[in-house]
Ligand binder design. Sequence first.
Ligand SMILES: Cc1ncc(COP(=O)(O)O)c(C=O)c1O
Length: 399
Amino acid sequence: MDQLLRVGHPTAADSRRPAGLGRFGEYGGRFVPESLVPDCEEVERAFIEAWADPLFRAELHHVLSIYVGRPTPLTPAARLSAELGINLLLKREDLTHTGSHKINNVLGQALLARRMGKRRLIAETGAGQHGVATATAAALLGMEATVFMGERDTERQQLNVFRMRMLGAEVVPVTSGSRTLKDACSEALRHWVTAVEDSYYCLGSAMGPHPYPWMVRQFQRVIGDEARTQCASALSAGTPDFVVACVGGGSNAAGTFAGFVDTPARLVGVEAAGGAAINAGSTGVLHGFRSKVLQDEHGQISEAHSIAPGLDYPGVGPEHAYLADLGRASYVTVDDAEVVAATHRLARTEGILCALESAHAVAWVIRAAGDGTIPPGSTVMLTLSGRGDKDMSTLMELS
Ligand SMILES: Cc1ncc(COP(=O)(O)O)c(C=O)c1O
């Protein structure tokens, strides 16, 4: 195991860049087998160089614009706003190519992998959206892709499994443990150890060993940066009162919050009640990083549960644990029933079928506007992380 360096306790303003070995306060770090340390270091070096290289940034910007369709719109949710007595704006990551924010991070990492001379991408996926994005980027750049997915998720997200295979990726069902995202992550990390020579681990959220939590947030900050500019022209106050996003591993929320962390906006991350690492977890180590995790008194990782496979994870990215400790962001939970109701309500009021993950954020806004936590007349910027096609079979079964 790599030694973790304790390098002081940065303030909220420093939360943009982790200290030492990727430390966000006491969280983060790099807890990986010795054999993976040089590979994490190689990724870190490559990312620092690439991120400072105007040519890399220009190529990423170009592909995000002509292939992904960025900037995504900021849509006023007029009818739902009227019902709730607030001004709700939706950052439409559901309108990206492949249908979720995952593509922003994947294209960044895939371009990085190509720059590093790798020919194959390895990924884990829960909802299948990160897997689809990885398969898409591999096809676009002429690379191979292998995606690990819990067997249970392959059953509830069959559409995405088919999409990945259509795009030429190998999908490996993982049969261990709870057969969900946690087990897919473990298997992808195990596989990376054996294939590191020619393969790049394209991690799908703002978690994992350093530099992934930081790098993924930097690739996702395009959401927050765009939304900040869009809010500046849409709102007389310039910034919204609340900025809300769902939190699984935490990438769409981290990217969204990055654009608003230095404003007075209240940042709210919404966890699944059954996967609430910040609200119900304690400090521990999982998948190469220290953060809040769901665990029993012996440190055994507990199983998460959520109707949304992308939030069905017992940990959370280290930056969120840190922002929670600082009090800069608050983290709340909603349950499956509220999520299903919110999905239907958004569909009927706005004509948008969102992903069950994204509906967590919508559900909290509905509840908080109802009980006054969000005062009447407030402006709320909500990141709608993905579209709901993948969840139609789950919703069909429920109805
Ligand atoms: C549409 C969508 N939103 C949110 C998430 C949660 O991931 P993160 O917390 O990294 O944004 C997922 C994960 O699969 C997803 O597919």
